[in-house]
Write a protein that binds this ligand. Structure first.
Ligand code: SF4
Length: 525
């Protein structure tokens, strides 16, 4: 591990160990995909910790070491003066274990990030210094207090920060080959307030953006570092149309000058499908996948969670329109709303078939702590407060129109059906047939040795390492892409590489890795 000198002003600067604890295996970790591409080891660098190093004032004399446990375990015996841990709720158990190991040795631990902010009562016992909210102002203040021997137990950001003052994450020591994507955040805050979502508690409802030059600088940094794909890690990328258009035009202009143009992906609501000008710009900028929080096909379910404003966009129209621009819609859908009956499972399946949507994450509705949905479930006596299940696969809510077992088994069966090779092939071929607009930039990916290496790995995987029905599906899709438009082959193959993750995940489900959870919770259903 190499020490990270920010500024050396004294003989022995204080040493801070920044740790992103290991994320347990989950649907979003894309393990199946990582297994194929091999060279990469995990999804994205941890932008929060990289921003902390960039936030260090020039007069503060510290040295950082950085550990992403998704690449290698933390060195629990490392000599350091302070440990700083960040993480999401999913990482809470590992955060606790890492913190305990260092505190046992007498090393103070600072804890911040989404988990600490959303669940301070759980994070407090593992922290000597607890950070709540955004760290742009509190981290430099803490550093000065700490070096003066006056660090407080709590640093809480009172108001949401001005993103124009947020520095670009420090990528100096990041190896692009360790990661599948790089992330860049353009904005924070969502004006909507869906009952099941904790984004508003984290970053507020006021929409705040970085400046366009700031964002371009971060995108260019990622490209210079070796990134091939940048994920705009915004909760909702398209809130301000004028801002988004300006950013996209800049991206198109810059990206089209490159030998090795970047691809982009992001998250949005389905309303982007109603805006053809926007879709064209997205395609021109080289957005390949957009995660869309569609949630449900039912207006009643949307109303039930305060997302009724999205009902004005008919998903049967907008999803194929998004596909027609060569953009893969990655649909985020949820089952288990109060208005859902057991019919929801076949309704979702039919919808995905009809719209030619190959990829969807199907989650079970959960009530994250301290959200409006959590309070409503609590008031209705339908909340399992001590629930510790697999997020997305199980739930802390006692459903209304079906038993927990019906919900779990229906959800599991749906997930498995969706990723059966034949069904996936049908949806994929329909998606390919939907594509009407592709810009020239799609065919300009520079042929490098690394790309050749990747092609060989993918071919080896689908030729020799998959069951016969998956192999057949792979070649059928490649042939269909060739017949539709040869430029679509590399897009199709990259979706097939993702497919392997969902197929493997569904296989593990089939082997019963959550059966015990169903058993545990039968009594409540
Ligand atoms: S679910 Fe999406 S649209 Fe709703 S509040 Fe959260 S980020 Fe905003």
């Amino acid at each position: 591990m190499v020490a990270w000198d920010i500024r050396v002003q004294s003989v022995v600067p204080k040493r801070i160990y920044l740790i992103n604890p290991k994320t347990p295996e989950n649907f979003w970790a894309m393990q199946g995909t990582l297994d194929i591409v091999g060279k990469h080891k995990t999804l994205m660098p941890n932008a929060a910790l990289l921003t902390l190093t960039a936030l260090t004032p020039p007069d503060v004399d510290v040295v950082y070491e950085f550990c992403d446990e998704n690449l290698a375990p933390a060195r629990l015996d490392l000599a350091c003066d302070l440990v700083a841990i960040t993480g999401y709720t999913l990482q809470a158990e590992r955060m606790q274990a890492v913190s305990a190991a260092f505190r046992k040795r007498g090393v103070p631990v600072a804890v911040g990030g989404a988990f600490a902010t959303l669940e301070p009562e759980r994070a407090r016992p593992m922290a000597d210094h607890l950070f709540l909210g955004e760290a742009e102002e509190t981290w430099p203040r803490f550093l000065r207090d700490w070096l003066a021997g006056q660090a407080a137990p709590l640093y809480q950001q009172a108001e949401f920060v001005d993103l124009a003052t947020s520095p670009a994450p420090d990528l100096a020591r990041v190896k692009a080959t360790d990661y599948l994507y790089f992330s860049v955040q353009t904005c924070r805050g969502c004006p909507n307030n869906c009952d099941f979502c904790d984004v508003v508690r984290l970053v507020g409802r006021k929409f705040r953006t970085k400046t366009i030059p700031q964002i371009l600088r971060e995108v260019k940094n990622a490209h210079a570092c070796g990134a091939e794909t940048v994920f705009f890690s915004d909760d909702n990328f398209f809130i301000n149309r004028a801002f988004t258009f300006e950013l996209l035009r800049e991206l198109v202009a810059w990206n089209s000058t490159l030998d090795r143009p970047l691809s982009f992906s992001t998250q949005a609501t389905v309303q982007i499908g109603a805006d053809e000008d926007l879709l064209k710009l997205l395609a021109d900028a080289r957005f390949s996948v957009i995660f869309l929080g569609l949630e449900t096909l039912s207006k009643q379910c949307l109303d039930e969670v305060n997302k009724g404003q999205m009902a004005r966009f008919d998903p049967r129209e907008v999803i194929p329109r998004i596909s027609s621009y060569g953009i893969m819609p990655f649909l985020g859908m949820i089952v288990g709303f109060d208005h859902d009956t057991t019919a929801v499972f076949s309704d979702v399946e039919e919808f995905l078939d009809e719209t030619g949507s190959p990829i969807a994450s199907i989650s079970v509705l959960n009530a994250p702590k301290n959200t409006a949905l959590y309070r409503r479930m609590q008031a209705e006596g339908r909340l399992q407060e001590e629930f510790r299940g697999f997020w997305h696969l199980t739930t802390n809510i006692i459903p209304k129109q079906m038993t927990l077992q019906e919900l779990y088994l229906g959800h599991k069966a749906l997930f498995q059906r969706l990723y059966e090779p034949e069904r996936f092939e049908r949806r994929m071929i329909k998606w390919l047939a939907n594509v009407r607009y592709m810009t020239g930039i799609y065919s300009t990916r520079k042929k490098t040795l690394y790309r050749l290496f990747l092609i060989l790995r993918v071919a080896r995987h689908f030729l020799f390492r998959v069951p016969p029905d998956v192999r057949r599906m792979f070649w059928n899709v490649v042939k269909a892409a060739y017949r539709t438009n040869p430029k679509l082959i590399s897009r199709a193959v990259s979706v097939l590489v993702q497919y392997w993750h969902y197929y493997s995940f569904a296989g593990r489900e089939q082997r019963g890795e959550r059966e015990h959870r169903v058993g545990e919770m039968k009594s409540s259903g």
